[in-house]
Ligand binder design. Sequence first.
Ligand SMILES: [Zn+2]
Length: 195
Amino acid sequence: MENKHIYLPSTEAGESLKLTHEQEHLCKVVYKKTDDPKIYRFHDLWNPINDYNEEYIIVPVRSVFGSVQGYAAGMEFANIIGSKDDPNPSSSWLKLLTNNGIACTECVTDGKFYDPKTNKAFDGYKCSDYILGGHIILGCEAKIVEKGSSVYLIPICNHHNSYACGNSGGNGTGFYMKTKSDGNCILLKNYLQCD
Ligand SMILES: [Zn+2]
């Protein structure tokens, strides 16, 4: 299948990003078509080893880069449903965080996996030492990204990125997370309106 790469103009903030040649090539974001032909929904960070059919478009990170944003300790956030569990995430997303002054030495969560039904932590789940650039949404429920919500890139461990808690089934679902302390993350614009 042919991957459809689209070269949209950069956002002003995206224009000022300092990217290596490798990041320029690898840091791309995938959107999926919706029923409305003008609306594409955020799907995932691009993984070069995946095949994306004609329902997807792939755009450079400069086109969707919003800003570096601060968050407070205790911020509640969750994974995005439908994004793949990537056992070998590109190190470029971590470097993009690092290049923007965001430390990626440890998982930003408090180490717990919170049950959205009880707001208590599940037993038996822990962080791993393997940190990646996770894409998340605010709130207490892993969900499909809808128009109007925001997508953030934040350093989390692969357990928080991929575990399924309760009877949720899907990778990275059935729980939500809280940040351990104040920090920064990257905002990616979540949907495209193509004229
Ligand atoms: Zn973790």
